[in-house]
Design a protein around this ligand. Structure first.
Ligand code: MBD
Ligand code: FE
Length: 306
């Protein structure tokens, strides 16, 4: 079949057969995606068996709750960031901390505090280095922003995230810190280790077919929001990790690489109320003012809440 015949067929089956109210947008997208799919079946001569294997794959991936992970691993989520950057540029918006993907492992409802939070539950304190993350939230002119909500989440020493990993305590390594009167936030936590896709999972199954690994570098996620500013979704990825520029989710970007500095100075350790050496990461955040013509940075997607 040629494209004209395909489009006519899809229209006949999914437009002309309407007998009730139509959601025009859903109809438009459905017709387009089906036409593109039929065209791909033609072009690649996709067999019936291959088609059913594909549908069965989505059943399995959905049942395993891995479709969000798949979207990250296939580059769909990063592509949406590149599109959002492009839309911003077109609207004349520039500056601020770069965005990068949310990923599939955010959980809402983390404990809140002002200025400072300890994020870890202490269960890995003797296994991995202590990490202090701190920074200042400002606008793009360097004016401090007090009361910005800095939501932070990261993995433990095994690359696992609480809630999804039921062996961890509730909200371990997840906190919401409001910037203080100096615009500052400080998080006392443990060094994250990079995530790896479940080796027997549905995402790794596809990555294997593509000859790809399913690893991320060590990283820390952020949502930053403040009244009058555009919500920022970002992460920093940590210098020195072998996957820093080989991230299966394509989230590492210029401007989002952080260096974990070893602090061994006794006075510095004492000042922090710690017992031994720690690692320190400075991650300052610049928010862009909300403006009338700006594309929204809020994304409505299903998220876990606890
Ligand atoms: C992660 O921790 C993550 O950030 C992404 C994008 C995908 C899988 C695990
Ligand atoms: Fe992550």
């Amino acid at each position: 079949m040629n494209r004209q015949e395909i489009d006519a067929l899809v229209k006949q089956m999914n437009v002309d057969t309407a007998t009730g109210p139509v959601d025009e947008r859903v109809q438009q997208i459905t017709v387009r995606l089906l036409g593109d799919l039929f065209q791909a079946i033609e072009d690649l001569d996709i067999s019936q068996t291959e088609l059913w294997k594909g549908l069965e794959y989505f059943t399995d991936a959905g049942q395993a709750n891995e479709l969000g992970l798949l979207a990250a691993g296939l580059g769909l989520e990063h592509y949406l960031d590149l599109r959002a950057d492009e839309a911003d540029a077109k609207a004349g918006i520039s500056g601020g901390t770069p965005r990068t993907i949310e990923g599939p492992l955010y959980v809402s409802g983390a404990p809140e505090s002002v200025g400072f939070a300890r994020m870890d539950d202490g269960s890995e304190s003797d296994k991995i280095p202590t990490l202090i993350i701190e920074g200042t939230v400002t606008d793009t002119e360097g004016n401090i922003i007090e009361g910005a909500k800095v939501e932070i989440w990261h993995a433990n020493s095994l690359g696992n995230y609480s809630f999804f990993d039921k062996s961890q305590s509730d909200f371990n390594l997840r906190r919401s810190i409001f910037s203080d009167q100096d615009g500052k936030y400080v998080a006392l936590t443990t060094m994250p280790v990079g995530y790896g896709c479940p080796p027997e999972g549905t995402t790794q199954f596809v990555l294997d077919k593509l000859g790809r690994h399913g690893n991320r570098p060590s990283h820390v996620h952020y949502f930053v929001s403040a009244p009058g500013y555009r919500k920022l979704t970002t992460q920093f990825n940590i210098e020195g990790d072998q996957y820093l520029w080989d991230d299966f989710a394509f989230a590492t970007r210029e401007g989002l690489v952080a260096t974990a500095v070893d602090v061994t100075d006794e006075a510095e350790i004492a000042k922090r109320g710690l017992k031994g050496p720690f690692k320190h990461i400075q991650f300052d955040i610049e928010l862009v003012k909300e403006q009338a013509a700006a594309p929204t940075t809020e994304v409505d997607r299903r998220r876990a809440s606890a």
